[in-house]
Design a protein. Structure first.
Length: 357
């Protein structure tokens, strides 16, 4: 049996690295060649220090590839750029007219599942849920991507603690950034801080298409897409052009938020995107001083709505100061321990058990 490049990358994506990700998702594999039963490849670290840290994983990489049927010999070379060989600044410009697409919604290469996280109303915690869910899934061993598609108000760079511009040395492919074990990309990383995006629909569609197809996502079990609030061009483009596993709708229990959540649900149904379930965020507040539990935005409204619409209710997430503080500090609360991290772990487990992530 002849081994293929994809077989090799699949094996190498099983070699997990400290700090999250694996040899493939962190984009460290270069120059894969196959000659008969002999496989050669290069592990290319960014710096000599990184190469030293990766040295113990070279043998694991070799063993993983050797385990493939048809492979008789494996030669791995570890290289490192000198400190001066930093990735070139991105020459790829985000924002262009979309290229025509034949046929119906398409898959994103290497990505097994795509979950869109939406809300009708802004500020209900959709970005918070997206980042925390991504981190919780990664902690349970899934290969997770996070795409911040909130073109008008990208908040994932702040929430995931990333402010480095992704490199695009060839001007065609963008190398995503790995943070908290999640491969992430946001349009916010490609814009200057304080730069406003003033685009019409076609430009937005083109930018989304670039973020999906020109980012080297690697092999992912699931890509979480953090949508902007509402029911606009991004939602329409994503649902019509990309094969989605489904959508999750986040709402607070407040009536006014639920009203908008219904619109988002209606949109996903019209676009024939399966709704995987609803999440109630800011469900209850436990006073850190006296332990009293209050329901600032009401309670149970989202579960009730899910029941009425015969949709799965995926869970409640509390309103907690630590959630906001962790988000602002760039380390999602799900990366730590405690009741909120546990709530996210349960949510992640439920999605994995259901084959959704
Ligand atoms: N459960 C929570 N407990 C405390 N603060 C929260 C919680 N969920 C979200 N927040 C905070 O509320 C604010 C809005 O959250 P977030 O940005 O996630 O909402 P959004 O729905 O994505 O908003 P937008 O519509 O602006 O994209 C953030 O400051 C966030 O830290």
């Amino acid at each position: 049996m002849t081994v293929t490049r994809d077989d090799i990358l699949r094996q190498l994506s099983g070699v997990a690295l400290p700090g999250g990700g694996d040899l493939v998702s962190r984009d460290l594999i270069r120059a894969v060649t196959i000659e008969g039963g002999t496989v050669r490849f290069v592990i290319e670290a960014a710096t000599p220090d990184e190469a030293r840290a990766l040295a113990p994983y070279q043998a694991a990489a070799e063993a993983a590839v050797k385990a493939l049927a048809g492979v008789t010999a494996v030669q791995v070379v570890m290289t490192a750029h000198g400190p001066s060989a930093k990735p070139a600044p991105p020459s790829l410009k985000i924002g262009q007219h979309p290229t025509p697409q034949q046929g119906g919604p398409q898959k994103v290469s290497g990505v097994d599942r795509i979950i869109a996280v939406g809300s009708g109303k802004g500020g209900v915690g959709k970005s918070t849920v997206s980042s925390n869910l991504a981190v919780a899934l990664a902690r349970q061993g899934r290969r997770v991507g996070l795409l911040d598609a909130d073109i008008y108000g990208p908040s994932q760079p702040r929430m995931m603690g990333v402010n480095r511009r992704p490199a695009s040395p060839d001007g065609k492919i963008i190398e995503p950034i790995v943070a908290h074990g999640v491969t992430m990309m946001s349009i916010g990383l490609m814009l200057k801080e304080d730069e406003a995006v003033i685009w019409r629909g076609p430009m937005i569609m083109g930018a989304l298409q670039q973020l999906l197809t020109q980012v080297a996502w690697g092999h992912l079990d699931v890509l979480i897409v953090d949508l902007p609030p509402g029911t606009g061009d991004i939602q329409l483009t994503l649902c019509q052009r990309t094969q989605l596993t489904g959508a999750i709708v986040v709402s607070t229990p407040q009536d006014v938020a639920l009203l908008d959540a219904r619109k988002a649900l209606d949109m996903f149904q019209k676009l024939k995107t399966p709704v995987l379930g609803l999440i109630e965020n800011m469900s209850s507040y436990v006073c850190p001083n006296c332990g009293h539990e209050a329901h600032i935005f009401g309670h149970g409204g989202v579960a009730e709505e899910a029941r009425k619409l015969d949709l799965p209710f995926l869970g409640e997430l509390p309103l907690a100061l630590e959630v906001r503080v962790a988000g602002d500090a760039g380390t999602p609360v799900a990366a730590g321990d405690g009741p909120v991290a546990e709530a996210y772990a349960r949510l992640a487990h439920r999605l994995i058990a259901g084959g959704m992530a």
